[in-house]
Design a protein around this ligand. Structure first.
Ligand code: NAD
Ligand code: GLY
Length: 370
């Protein structure tokens, strides 16, 4: 059996394939064997994913003669920490990984980001492979080589650019994903349409409910379109010196909410991104850059599918200045100025630093009003 589709992230000697299809974990052995330097791997996963997919992955790798050790971490955003970076690195060293061993991230974006970072520093860099099992990870975080952890100062503030050797997207894993997680991942899907592909956004307005109800054709379509878009952008700008920053539409706002609310699960990353996207559209409208009707369309679709468009009540008690303080810690701050991803309309994102603090404060005040 062959995967339904293989895309390529073209980065010269760091190029790799994204295999997308149903039942791919069962084919992992023969799909991954060609990219492994030796038949030895170390799987990192979490305690929600392990009971479902660890054994099938080990079985498939084993059938191709690939020996594996593994580590199971607690599920959740709080796992993306310095403490767990140490846990992963030391577990791999204790298992006597060699430079030719491959780390395998089996799970969502948390496991992917943490494992990729650990692989990039263990023995000064061992190969790694992504086996994403959330919608968010399948459409975004497993592709492009951004790895990292959260720190006390904010989200994703320590990390590396480190490309995987392959990405294996098994769409069957989404059948066990909780609805809330599927919806959070859908925010990142919407991002691709809103930042640069109005036709995709039109399609999502018509078909979003099919994606969220688990329709396999609709899901496969959004994964392929999203991964194609991401691969294109990463090929053009691997280390985010330009166009890749557009993929952060809504994220500067989102990261401020996540940092303040503490990675506790009260607000998922994708939920924060949905709120941040709405705020980016509202700011663009306020600055006279974007028609109000486009912001209304975004809000209407998010409301229709059940995505958050306003911060949760916990955030509504906090002053805008607190969030502005977090935004100043963003990786895109240059010379003390925040780089914003704003829009001239749906599908027309651009970067600018030309935003006053009072405009940002006004957007927070509106968002934080019950
Ligand atoms: P996650 O990894 O926490 O997974 C969400 C939850 O779903 C977890 O509880 C997990 O155990 C569970 N789960 C995973 N797969 C499952 C399955 N198939 N069935 C049942 N349960 C399953 O969160 P996420 O939304 O996948 O990722 C969010 C993270 O990704 C954030 O830290 C964010 O910063 C990061 N991110 C990184 C990039 C990047 O380019 N590196 C891009 C976007 C987001
Ligand atoms: N998720 C944003 C990026 O990969 O650049």
């Amino acid at each position: 059996m062959t995967p339904s589709k293989t895309l390529t992230v073209a980065l010269e000697d760091r190029s790799y394939g994204i295999h997308i299809g149903a039942g791919l974990i069962e084919q992992a052995g023969h799909l991954l064997a060609p990219v492994l330097q030796k038949p030895g791997a170390f799987i990192v996963t979490d305690d929600n994913v392990a009971p479902r997919y660890l054994e099938p992955l080990q079985k498939s790798l084993g059938a191709s003669g690939i020996k594996c050790d593994h580590l199971i971490l607690p599920a959740g955003e709080a796992t993306k920490s310095f403490a767990n970076l140490q846990v992963v690195v030391e577990a791999m060293l204790a298992a006597k990984v060699e430079r030719s061993t491959t780390a395998i991230a089996l799970g969502g974006g948390v496991i992917g980001d943490l494992t990729g970072f650990a692989a990039s520093v263990t023995l000064r860099g061992i190969d790694f492979v992504q086996v994403p099992t959330t919608l968010l990870a399948q459409v975004d975080s497993s592709v492009g080589g951004k790895t990292g952890i959260n720190t006390a100062q904010g989200k994703n503030l320590a990390g590396s650019f480190y490309q995987p050797k392959a990405v294996l997207v098994d769409t069957d894993t989404l059948k066990t994903l909780p609805d809330r997680e599927r919806l959070a991942g859908y925010a990142e899907v919407c991002k691709y349409g809103l930042l640069g592909d109005v036709d995709f956004w039109d399609w999502l307005e018509q078909n979003g409910a099919r994606v969220l109800s688990g329709d396999n054709d609709a899901i496969t379509n959004v994964i392929e379109i999203s991964c194609e878009a991401k691969a294109r952008v990463v090929t053009e700008d691997e280390r985010e010196s330009g166009v890749r920053a557009l993929l952060n539409l809504g994220h500067t706002f989102a990261h401020a909410f996540e940092a303040e609310l503490g990675y506790s699960g009260a607000l998922l990353h994708g939920e924060a991104v949905a709120i941040g996207i709405v705020m980016a559209f509202d700011l663009s409208v306020r600055l006279g850059l974007c028609p109000a009707l486009d912001a209304d369309r975004v809000r209407a679709h998010f409301n229709a599918v059940g995505l958050m468009t306003k911060p949760p009540v916990e955030a509504q008690r906090i002053a805008p200045d607190v969030f502005l303080g977090h935004m100043m810690q963003d990786k895109k701050v240059a010379d003390g100025k925040i780089t914003f991803v704003l829009v001239r309309g749906i599908g027309q994102a651009f970067l600018t630093q030309d935003v006053t603090q009072s405009d940002v404060t006004a957007i927070f005040e509106a968002a934080l009003t019950v």
